[in-house]
Design a protein around this ligand. Structure first.
Ligand code: ATP
Length: 270
């Protein structure tokens, strides 16, 4: 299992746009980390450097002992799978099963392993019944699960999800929750970019906040959503429970409705 390390990483796009400015971050094997922040903060650029799709303009990115500068994207993506923000950037086959089988086949897994892992990934992503469909006949939210299954089927140690919650209804959010539990049991490292703070507090303990191309906080959910300076700088809207607790002047760190209720009952003089 590979540790991820970004050491004072900078990135500028060819048109000169500076997207990441001195990012240092370490993610241990098996950790779950949510990366949050406004649009344009540099989150997608940062995670694309973790799987070698982008190479830093300065600084170093290590996947285990491998410096991504010295390896191709194909070599790094064996260890770090990245699910694109927009599924349509990642789907190339005319049916769901072929799309999901492509990765493990390309990695040289034997036929039996390809069969097993493709079935597991499709079932975990709720698309097994759609396996003969053309992905483009499926809704956007389901296409997103097709791309998640394609990455899971490659069995990488690290999985990065870019906005998996976007456009998902309760069914999709439940699928994601079950998937995260399964990946945790398997010891996978999972990083997620999301704008859904309820999703963050329910499933991720470690929160990395980016603003203006830099990391401005790396804390637990119970700390970060009560840190006024971080909230102001990143313009993050805390989850409803944290908003309510702050309004009522209750203790910091509350994240769940039962915690909020018990704090209100304890403070009935309020
Ligand atoms: N291909 C590109 N060429 C030039 N500039 C880009 C490119 N992709 C992103 N940028 C710019 O880099 C900066 C960081 O973008 P990035 O997509 O990494 O941010 P983000 O935090 O992921 O935002 P979002 O939540 O909108 O995806 C932004 O100013 C963005 O406009």
């Amino acid at each position: 299992m590979a540790e991820l390390r970004l050491e004072n990483v900078h990135f500028s796009y060819p048109d000169g746009t500076k997207a990441v400015d001195g990012l240092t971050l370490k993610v241990a094997a098996g950790e779950r980390v949510a990366i949050v922040g406004q649009n344009g903060a540099g989150k997608t650029t940062a995670v694309k450097m973790m799987n070698g799709l982008l190479k830093p303009s300065a600084g170093d990115v290590y996947v285990g002992e491998l410096n991504t500068k010295d390896y191709t994207t194909a070599q790094i993506s064996r260890q770090v799978g990245y699910v694109f923000q927009n599924p349509d950037d990642q789907i190339f086959h005319n049916d769901v099963e072929s799309e999901v089988r492509f990765g493990p086949k390309n990695m040289g897994f034997d036929e039996a392993r390809i069969d097993d892992i493709t079935e597991w990934a499709m079932k975990l992503c709720g698309i097994y019944e759609d396996r003969e469909e053309n992905p483009y006949n499926l809704p956007y939210s389901t296409r997103k699960f097709v791309t998640i299954a394609s990455v899971l089927a490659m069995d990488s140690d690290v999985i990065i999800l870019d906005e998996p919650t976007a456009g998902q209804d309760q069914v999709g959010l439940t699928l994601l929750a079950d998937m995260l539990k399964d990946l945790e049991r398997r010891g996978k490292t999972v990083l997620t970019i999301t704008h859904d703070m309820e999703f963050v507090t329910t499933h991720f303990e470690r929160i990395v906040v980016m603003a203006n191309r830099q990391l401005i906080a790396d804390e637990s959910a119970g700390t970060v959503f009560y840190n006024a300076d971080v909230l102001n700088e990143s313009m993050l809207k805390p989850p409803a429970v944290a908003q309510m607790a702050s309004l009522l002047g209750l203790e910091k760190g509350l994240l769940t409705k039962p915690q909020l209720l018990s704090a209100i009952l304890k403070n009935q003089h309020l």
